[in-house]
Design a protein around this ligand. Structure first.
Ligand code: ADA
Length: 721
């Protein structure tokens, strides 16, 4: 019978010729990958080495996550390599190991690579063996498939009426063998059984009156155990959990789970933690689940790649509806298409049995380069592969905001998401309402969600007058209050995903006074601080009664009349400021008028058993540390802009090329990014070239999205006075 031995402990790790002993999970970018170093984060080849004893029977090495390219050697002999930094893979090593002592050497490489995704994305590509490594030994000559990319060699398809179709595959020959399947309920009682010849791929079982897996309300799980039997003896056994459920999407009415309308109240999650990078243990995964439960979400977008198998398991148990995806992101290239197909196949085969997963996403913001050769064909191909591997789940893509609503890309997947940052990178928050209504009017047949939206909230930055682009917690909270309303007001929208539940590492960033991170999380990267926006969601989504006074970290406040905001899911809140109490009836967001006096002010909010107290300091010298450091003010810029209105004070394609090139801010950016100064007299004649006619022709030739993108970017830069 197969035996699984974890070999996470005591690896020799060699980087740049220097050796240290490490335990897995491990990454070499835990510090430099998230702003902890002045050097660019290390992208290269490192070596992990370990001594192993001999093993009985057929033996496999199982690596559950190593980023990005991984090569395995046993006793100096090459065994195989794998090119997907986010999935589990195995190699059979029976013929490579000796009975007594063996050396396993694993080379991992996260260098840039034009053939692999992701290479251009807003997150750090942490290198290392960052998930578990196991040895599976004692495997019988004939056994459930270990090398078909799947987790356990069986694919379980339950129907809500109790029928269960199971496909399973045997490696090593089927002659004279039978397969037995047993389903047990959550209490371990046997509820169905079937036997077939081992070469029969399919088997059918029936569970009478199954309890449905019903999302967060009742995430009920069954277990399927499959046994391979020879002469009455079990020679191999595997098991996996599954759940009975059915669902559908309607472009007018939204999403239905087991016949009941459920709005997907979603958050996105990246898999890294502060100073740990992507090298997480089960404890960190559990903490993330706990926080997502606390905020009251019922759905998670696991962006932008395959997450740890254990995390999907936890989602099954918690009842979250999960959007699963591959890192086909930002920059389509035909060169990467083979790897994209491979990653999609691994994602689906390894996670097919999870009831939590409701869709397979084949691309994120792939329209950024809408002119990329073969883009539509490439995405259609991925879409077809997902359908061929799984006919029970819809496909989805997350479009970048500037992808035209008429784009062919929108007609490829079964359901659709759009990432929008109105009110952060562009326009104002009201832009989301306008865009959604226009989209639904023009494309009523498309089943749409907002797959991303968010604003930066740096916990050290505060203001009594929140404004777009100020990076304060207060603006972040205001932004999310608006989006919550926009989402709740539209029943046809099947769901939405906050970008992001947690701050995450993004080595390319340096903004808001924070290096190497994206600060759009509702919770900080160490999972210790819930920002105010977290409580805006909790008030709307959670049933757990609470009161929360916003601005706990906004300690030094201006004197005199001020607004005090309280988030709560109670109907009535009493606020006491320096002994004076006011009771207010309200809905989620309660805004009180208060007078802040010089020195300490004690502010308490109470509703029923819930209470929250903060202390603030009234001062006429606002604390300068709440303000963005010099030079950060103009950073919020993205290429995402759909507005047709041109602000004449800022640059646009209506200007001459020379006015753009020689603008002081453009010069600064070129210097920063390319390290060169554009002051050659040879460039002077460019100053006369008007861009308007050129951009008109380009638009007519089908480059409209690029033109609008360029315009959007230029509009973020002020003209020289
Ligand atoms: C994109 C992208 C995300 C994210 C976001 C942002 O929409 O899909 O990965 O980082 O931008 O914060 O700007």
């Amino acid at each position: 019978m197969r035996k699984i031995t974890n070999i996470n402990q005591d690896w020799s790790f060699i980087k740049d010729g220097v050796m240290e002993t490490v335990n897995l999970p491990h990454t070499w970018n835990a510090i430099d990958g998230q702003g902890g170093s002045d050097e660019p984060y290390y992208r290269g080849r490192c070596v992990y080495e370990k001594t192993l004893p001999g093993f009985e029977g057929r033996t496999y090495i199982e690596i559950t996550g190593a980023n990005t390219v991984c090569e395995v050697f046993i006793n100096g002999v090459y065994v195989g390599s794998h090119e997907n930094g986010y999935a589990m893979f195995r190699f059979e090593i029976t013929d490579f190991i000796k009975p007594d002592v063996n050396t396993v050497r694993i080379i991992v490489d996260n260098s840039e690579n034009e053939f692999l995704y992701p290479q251009m994305a807003d997150f750090t590509f942490y290198g290392g063996i960052y998930r578990d490594v196991n040895i599976i030994s004692g495997v019988a000559e004939s056994h459930f498939a270990l090398l078909d990319m799947s987790l356990c060699g069986m694919y379980i398809t339950p129907k809500a009426d109790g029928r269960v179709f199971v496909k399973s595959f045997v490696e090593g020959g089927c002659a004279g063998l039978t397969k037995e399947f047993v389903i047990t309920d959550a209490d371990g009682n046997e509820v169905a059984k079937a036997s077939v010849d081992a070469d029969a791929e399919a088997a059918k079982l029936i569970v009478d009156n199954p309890t449905l897996w019903n999302g967060v309300e009742n995430p009920y799980l069954y277990t399927m155990t499959a046994r391979l039997i020879k002469d009455g003896e079990i020679i191999d056994e595997v098991s996996d959990r599954f759940g009975f459920r059915e669902f559908y999407f309607d472009s007018e009415k939204g999403f239905f789970l087991n016949g009941k309308h459920v709005k997907m109240k979603g958050v996105s999650r990246h898999q890294d933690w502060e100073w740990k990078g992507n090298a997480l243990t089960i404890e960190e995964h559990k903490k993330d689940i706990e926080l997502i439960k606390e905020v009251g979400a019922n759905s998670i977008r696991l962006a932008h790649y395959q997450h740890d198998e254990k995390f999907y398991d936890l989602c099954d148990e918690a009842g979250f509806l999960v959007w699963a995806e591959i890192p086909v992101i930002s920059n389509f290239s035909k060169k990467k298409q083979n790897q994209a197909k491979f990653m999609l196949e691994e994602l689906i085969r390894q996670n097919y049995n999870h009831p939590s997963i409701y869709c397979w996403s084949v691309a994120n913001e792939i329209g950024i380069n809408s002119a990329a050769s073969g883009l539509v064909k490439g995405i259609s191909e991925l879409n077809d592969i997902a359908h061929a591997l799984d006919s029970t789940r819809p496909t989805v893509t997350a479009q970048v905001t500037m992808t035209s609503i008429n784009s062919k890309l929108n007609e490829i997947p079964d359901i659709l998401g759009y990432n929008h940052y109105f009110g952060w990178y562009m326009q104002t928050v009201e832009g989301i309402d306008k865009w959604l209504d226009n989209f639904h009017e023009k494309k009523p047949h498309i089943k749409l969600c907002i797959s991303e939206y968010g604003a930066e909230g740096v916990i050290g930055l505060h203001t009594a007058t929140p404004t777009q682009g100020d990076y304060t917690e207060e603006y972040q909270a205001y932004y999310h209050e608006h989006y919550l309303k926009a989402i709740n007001d539209r029943d046809w929208l099947w769901g939405s995903y906050v970008w992001n539940m947690f701050d995450f590492g993004s080595a390319i960033r340096n903004e808001g006074g924070v290096k190497g991170r994206n600060n759009k999380g509702l919770v900080t990267m160490d999972r210790k601080i819930r920002k105010d926006a977290f409580y805006a969601y909790k008030a709307h989504w959670s049933d757990e009664k609470f009161v929360h006074i916003a601005g706990e970290r906004f300690v030094d406040r201006p004197l005199g009349e001020q607004k005090i905001k309280v988030y709560s899911n109670c109907d009535t809140v009493t606020l006491t400021v320096n002994g004076e109490s006011v009771e207010m009836q309200g809905d989620k967001v309660f805004e009180f008028d208060a007078v802040i006096k010089e020195g300490e002010n004690v502010i308490t909010a109470v509703s029923g058993d819930s209470t929250h107290e903060i202390k603030v300091n009234g001062t006429d010298i606002p604390n300068p540390s709440y303000v963005l450091p010099d030079g950060c003010e103009s950073f919020v810029r993205n290429w995402f802009n759909e507005s047709d209105e041109i602000n004449p004070d800022n640059l646009s394609l209506d200007d001459k090329l020379g006015d753009i090139l020689f603008n002081s801010e453009v010069q600064r950016l070129i210097k920063n990014h390319a390290g060169v100064t554009l002051d050659s007299p040879v460039l002077k004649p460019l100053g006369k070239i008007p861009l308007k006619p050129i951009s008109k022709i380009a638009s007519k030739l089908g480059a409209g999205e690029i033109i609008s993108m360029a315009n959007g970017f230029l509009q973020t830069i002020e003209k020289d006075k």
